[in-house]
Design a protein around this ligand. Structure first.
Ligand SMILES: NC(=O)c1ccc[n+]([C@@H]2O[C@H](COP(=O)([O-])OP(=O)(O)OC[C@H]3O[C@@H](n4cnc5c(N)ncnc54)[C@H](OP(=O)(O)O)[C@@H]3O)[C@@H](O)[C@H]2O)c1
Length: 337
């Protein structure tokens, strides 16, 4: 069959229009990413002598679908930071360590094992970390899960809330001394645009509370993270430590690995229009590196690196105080010397 007969076949007309439309849409997404995302290459921040901790920084066992945490860690290492990859899987963590060392040509990348859904694991990780690193300049709370139904951990916390909210709450508080000792430090909470679909009910933390629709526990956990960001920023005023949260945008990673095959298929189908992990890392790196954010704290940033208001529930100071008190009680933080 000649090329001409293929092009003039009846099916080619609408097919070609659709193909052209898809390619044009993809091109506009590409141009948008190129011109509207913060320009990482023009940021001169040097991290030599600084220490950064990134949770969920491992590889994914799935080529071309690295997580955002690994891409963030690689850039921090490239800029000279000592980077601690805080991962729950030693195997995936070691693989990430080797790949980041090779790509960044840095021998200052270390692996720390921590399960962010376990308070005991976080406590022992923090203890080991503080012995090694008395000063921490950057903490990126990146690890998260989604797609799990209400599931209790052996410590009586809901798995999704424990990983996405209670864990970061505990870890950040345990590392607060080291962050303050650094003189100037940043905490970056990786949130999600999904936070606007959540609501705050503290009982969700222990697997109880008002009913949740499918995957709404993820949305609610990210909303709690926004409330925590505001409250922590207020508490840290004048200490030299800032805390902000950011939505990386829609990124093609392994975040939907717990979803049914139909959701994963749709995610794969649309992935052509999504960011890859390097692009998804840019907003997180903006909050970690940009000099213009010195002293900016308690803010939420959109995936275009613009300050936006978090949902109303996360701005309520009474809600934030109550959530803080409950989180302190649940994590036994009040019992730490
Ligand atoms: N992808 C998106 O479209 C999107 C959109 C908005 C926000 N986000 C946020 O971006 C962040 C990174 O997500 P991602 O897209 O890069 O997803 P990902 O590829 O699934 O990465 C999540 C990372 O968290 C780790 N993790 C999960 N549970 C953990 C635990 N209990 N302890 C320690 N580490 C744990 C995972 O490790 P394992 O390999 O061991 O599971 C993995 O390294 C998350 O906070 C997510 O909510 C993502």
């Amino acid at each position: 069959m000649s090329l001409w007969s293929v092009l003039s076949s009846p099916g080619w007309g609408p097919g070609s229009v659709l193909l052209i439309l898809v390619l044009l849409l993809r091109l506009s997404v590409h141009i948008w990413h190129k011109f509207y995302l913060w320009d990482l290459q023009h940021c001169s921040t040097d991290l030599t002598g600084k220490t950064a901790v990134v949770t969920g920084a491992n590889t994914s066992n799935c080529p071309n679908r690295e997580g955002i945490g690994k891409a963030v860690s690689q850039e921090l290492a490239r800029r000279g930071a000592r980077v601690i990859l805080a991962c729950r899987s030693r195997e995936r963590g070691q693989q990430a360590l080797a790949e980041i060392q090779a790509a960044s040509k840095s021998n200052r990348v270390l692996l720390g094992e921590v399960d962010m859904s376990s308070m005991a694991s976080i406590r022992s990780f923090a203890q080991r970390l503080l012995q090694e690193c008395p000063e921490i300049h950057l903490l990126v709370n990146n690890a998260a899960v989604c797609g799990f139904p209400t599931t209790l951990t052996p410590e009586g916390l809901d798995l999704t809330f424990a990983t996405n909210y209670t864990g970061p709450f505990l870890l950040t508080n345990l590392l607060q001394g080291a962050l303050q000792r650094a003189g100037s430090a940043r905490v970056v909470n990786v949130s999600s645009f999904r936070q606007s679909h959540g609501y705050i009910d503290e009982d969700h933390l222990i697997g109880a509370g008002r009913p949740l629709t499918f995957n709404q526990n993820y949305d609610c956990s990210k909303l709690l993270l926004a409330s925590f960001t505001g409250k922590l920023a207020q508490r840290l005023q004048g200490t030299g430590v800032t805390v902000n949260s950011v939505d990386p945008g829609i990124v093609y990673t392994r975040i939907m690995k717990e979803f049914s095959w139909s959701y994963r298929f749709l995610y794969w189908l649309l992935s052509f229009f999504f960011k890859d992990s390097k692009q998804g890392a840019v907003p997180v790196l903006y909050l970690s590196l940009a000099k213009e954010l010195d002293g900016i704290s308690g803010k939420h940033f959109s995936s275009s690196c613009v300050i936006t208001l978090p949902p109303e529930a996360a701005q309520d100071p009474h809600v934030a105080q109550s959530l803080w008190n409950t989180s302190v009680r649940l994590t036994n933080l009040d019992k730490v010397d």
